[in-house]
Design a protein around this ligand. Structure first.
Ligand SMILES: O=c1ccn([C@@H]2O[C@H](COP(=O)(O)OP(=O)(O)O[C@H]3O[C@H](CO)[C@@H](O)[C@H](O)[C@H]3O)[C@@H](O)[C@H]2O)c(=O)[nH]1
Ligand SMILES: O=C(O)[C@H](O)COP(=O)(O)O
Length: 321
């Protein structure tokens, strides 16, 4: 590990318990906070997460100004459940509807930048099974108390819960098999992030509007690399939130996620002038699924799109008006 990363871990690592809500309320001042939950078919969990934030961080202590659920083309009643629990719900495709729609989680988050009102945005996945409001207050700690902190990423232990069995440390399979090796190979300054793909992080709008957002599951890796490039490692912090449990995807679906992570890494290496390819990598991922006739080929498109910094869109809309 690079000495700069060791120093960063000493200076920029904290725990949720270091950030009691009273201290944050005293530091908040005029800063407005939006909590954003991207949600696609999360009716089972989104209501409780929204209700917990509302109870602990809106009603008991006015730390959060807005709870925004971006409904990412759910086919269940995620939107209704979230609204009943007290969230403002916005459909992903209704935001900047004049643009051709792109898809996936990164698109939902990019659209949330336009829909949310806060100076600080806290992103929380809507499929968490052991959510606590300290996830939000922990992430807000560095941002509300230290003007030099611009982007805060959570870390946690990640059990793998399948078939009623919980394996400690077994979760985060794409992280361990794909993202961490890639990060260590190409961006060793980011090697101190324990959970680079985790869905819980927070940032200042002023920074988030200056970086592109990769669509799909490339968004977390893209943001880490681009925030590092734009703001530097010392503007980034990490907060330990304890343990995170979520609903796991199949290995096959995670193969698609891994493909998007690699596409994102490739696009950043290309932009940084670090590869001179004869041609871009294929965006087709071939996988196999066994049925009664043997292994059947399943083709997955792992291409990722990219949205420009929101500030550029605002400048364009303002000049068109
Ligand atoms: O098209 C989509 C897909 C997902 N989601 C939501 O995004 C969150 C995370 O998605 P999920 O499919 O549960 O991802 P994970 O398998 O948990 O993937 C991990 O790794 C991804 C890649 O870095 C991150 O985007 C995730 O936040 C992180 O939890 C959930 O609230 C989803 O409902 C959307 O809003 N739109
Ligand atoms: O972050 C990851 O690596 C993916 O979300 C997969 O996580 P899981 O192995 O806990 O399902």
């Amino acid at each position: 590990m690079l000495p700069q990363v060791q120093a960063w871990l000493r200076n920029r690592m904290s725990s949720a318990a270091d950030w009691p809500v009273d201290r944050l309320l005293a530091a908040k001042g005029d800063t407005t906070v939006s909590v954003v939950l991207p949600a696609r078919n999360e009716r089972a969990t989104v209501g409780e997460i929204v209700a917990t934030i509302r109870r602990d961080l809106v009603e008991r202590a006015p730390l959060v100004d807005e709870i925004l659920v971006i409904d990412s083309r759910s086919v269940d009643d995620t939107a209704e459940v979230a609204a009943a629990a007290g969230a403002r719900v916005v459909a992903q495709d209704a935001v900047l509807a004049e643009l051709p729609p792109l898809s996936g989680k990164g698109e939902a988050l990019w659209k949330s930048l336009h829909a949310a009102r806060g100076d600080v945005l806290v992103f929380v996945d809507a499929d968490l099974r052991n959510f606590s409001s300290s996830f939000v207050s922990g992430l807000l700690g560095p941002l509300l108390t230290d003007p030099s902190a611009e982007y805060v990423k959570a870390c946690y232990d990640r059990p793998l819960n399948t078939g009623g069995v919980s394996v400690a440390g077994g979760g985060g399979r794409v992280t361990e098999l794909v993202a961490r090796p890639l990060i260590n190979m190409h961006w060793p300054l980011l090697a101190g992030f324990v959970q680079p793909l985790g869905g819980e992080y927070a940032g200042r709008r002023a920074l988030l509007e200056r970086v592109p957002f990769v669509t799909g599951y490339g968004v977390e890796l893209g943001l880490l690399i681009d925030v590092l490039e734009t703001a530097g490692l010392d503007a980034m912090a990490q907060v330990d939130l304890g343990t995170r449990e979520h609903s796991h995807q199949s290995s096959e679906a995670l193969g698609g996620m891994a493909g998007q992570i690699m596409q994102t890494a490739w696009s950043r290496l290309d932009r940084q002038g670090r590869i001179v390819p004869l041609e871009p990598p294929s965006t087709v991922l071939t996988q196999f699924r066994r049925d009664g006739d043997g292994h059947q080929v399943r083709i997955r498109d792992v291409s990722v799109g990219e949205r420009p910094p929101m500030a550029e869109v605002r400048a364009y809309s303002d000049s068109a008006a």
